[in-house]
Design a protein around this ligand. Structure first.
Ligand code: G
Ligand code: G
Ligand code: G
Ligand code: MN
Ligand code: NA
Length: 255
């Protein structure tokens, strides 16, 4: 409860900031996009991880304000990187909480962030976990359809870790699958994981979805993903989530 008051103050005092983790083309090594990952620098507690404060933000309703700020900041930052690099396809992935997604003004907030930043809608991808997509299926589906009409992408985060069935996957208007890092961890050593990842990639492509492997840590894992025709990857094998100032250097080195 104490932490809730701290979080309100954190917003007012600018203690929240975003890190960005590059999402890399497995075949060319070029940076396709970054994923925005929120951080809270508390004056006494130090760095507080999102796993600790996002649930609190959801309970207190502060998630709406925080979510608007994340969208606005991430879109504006990405537009700035596009202008600096001359690459106007550089994209941004933004994590969205299911609570935030249910807000009646959520689509308006997305529109506003795009308008303010002048970022092309096709350069914005919203990440929702399978679990949160299925939580309020009919309203979620409607919101996703609206977002797709705008041209915004929808990524299924932590794919394979939830309870979704093929029945839902067929109906969800998603554009990208992000393969959960649990399947990547032993990819080079475990035949079952390899079979599962291979099937996910094949199915994704068959459904017209792009695939991103998460949590790629070693060159061996990356090589297997390349063989399996996975399109994109992110993880410590490339770099951890970076400060905004560090991203530009990484992107231009890999261009
Ligand atoms: O001042 P600005 O237009 O950037 O604020 C946009 C909204 O985002 C405001 O409602 C603000 O309260 C909210 N917000 C959430 N987290 C933060 C943060 O860490 N810093 C700032 N400046 N605003 C935040
Ligand atoms: O960055 P990692 O370091 O610790 O992120 C932990 C979790 O927090 C992940 O599940 C991620 O999806 C979530 N997360 C990170 N940034 C955001 C954000 O801006 N909004 C929401 N809702 N979740 C986020
Ligand atoms: O749930 P989501 O996929 O949004 O969260 C991404 C989380 O994964 C963040 O906490 C981020 O810091 C973390 N992460 C990014 N790359 C790696 C990696 O290579 N290995 C591990 N273990 N975690 C990673
Ligand atoms: Mn994510
Ligand atoms: Na994930």
């Amino acid at each position: 409860l104490e932490m809730g008051g701290h979080l309100r103050r954190a917003i007012e005092e600018n203690e929240l900031f975003l890190c960005y983790q590059p999402i890399v083309d497995v075949h060319t090594g070029a940076v396709k996009a970054t994923e925005a990952l929120i951080r809270w620098r508390h004056p006494k507690l130090g760095l507080v991880r999102p796993d600790e404060f996002i649930p609190l933000a959801e309970e207190t309703g502060l998630i709406h304000e925080i979510g608007r700020w994340v969208l606005k900041t991430a879109c504006r930052q990405t537009k700035q990187w596009q202008e600096m690099t001359g690459n106007n396809r550089l994209s941004i992935f933004v994590n969205v909480s299911p609570v935030q997604f249910q807000h009646e003004r959520f689509v308006d907030n997305v529109k506003q962030a795009l308008k303010q930043s002048r970022l092309s809608p096709s350069c914005l991808h919203l990440e929702l976990t399978e679990h949160s997509m299925l939580r309020y299926l009919s309203s979620t589906m409607r919101t996703m359809d609206e977002l797709r009409k705008l041209g915004v992408g929808i990524a299924v985060d932590d794919f394979g870790s939830g309870y979704s069935s093929f029945h839902y996957l067929k109906r969800l208007p998603a554009t990208i699958l992000k393969i959960d890092r649990a399947f990547i961890e032993q990819l080079h050593a475990n035949a079952s994981d390899e079979a599962i990842v291979k099937a996910m990639i094949t199915m994704g492509h068959g459904l017209g979805l792009e695939t991103i492997a998460e949590g790629v840590e070693t060159p061996e894992q990356l090589n297997r993903l390349r063989d399996l025709q996975c399109t994109y990857a992110q993880g410590y094998v490339f770099c951890p989530p970076l400060l905004a100032e560090e991203v530009m250097q990484y992107v231009t080195e890999k261009q």
